[in-house]
Design a binder for this molecule. Structure first.
Ligand SMILES: [Zn+2]
Length: 125
């Protein structure tokens, strides 16, 4: 259930960006590694509730999952971790955990900014 406070933070970050730019949030891209300790689906679930009444209301939350990767101690190659296995598919050596898969950050916030009313330039011709 610890996705709730984190969802509030994401909405806060995006709303702040929107406020500074006098716009609305249209889309948020979030990167969530499978080893980040957060579950993307839960964040998605809380998002609509948390976003209600904020500048994020109606925005789309797009979650990009990252599969954990290991680095082989013998050949140095990166490979996707299989369930219950740390074995390198290239040489059979043992892999060590890397930071890949622990990501958790807001990648981008897309805003809808209303154009400032144009200065008085006379009727368009
Ligand atoms: Zn290897």
């Amino acid at each position: 259930m610890h996705e709730y406070p984190v969802t509030v933070q994401i909405v806060d970050i995006a709303s702040e960006t929107a406020r500074k730019n006098k716009g609305l949030v249209r889309r948020i891209d979030l990167v969530v590694g499978e080893d980040s300790g957060f579950i993307g689906e839960s964040i998605q679930m809380y998002f609509d509730v948390v976003a209600e009444g904020t500048l994020c209301e109606g925005a789309k939350l797009v979650i990009e999952g990252v599969k954990p990767q290991l680095r082989c101690d013998s050949c140095g190659k990166l490979f996707e971790r299989k369930r219950f296995s740390f074995q390198c598919p290239f040489c059979g050596g043992d892999g060590s955990p890397t930071e890949i898969g622990k990501e958790f950050y807001v990648k981008s916030v897309e805003l809808e900014v209303e154009d400032e009313p144009a200065a008085d330039t006379g009727p368009a011709t």
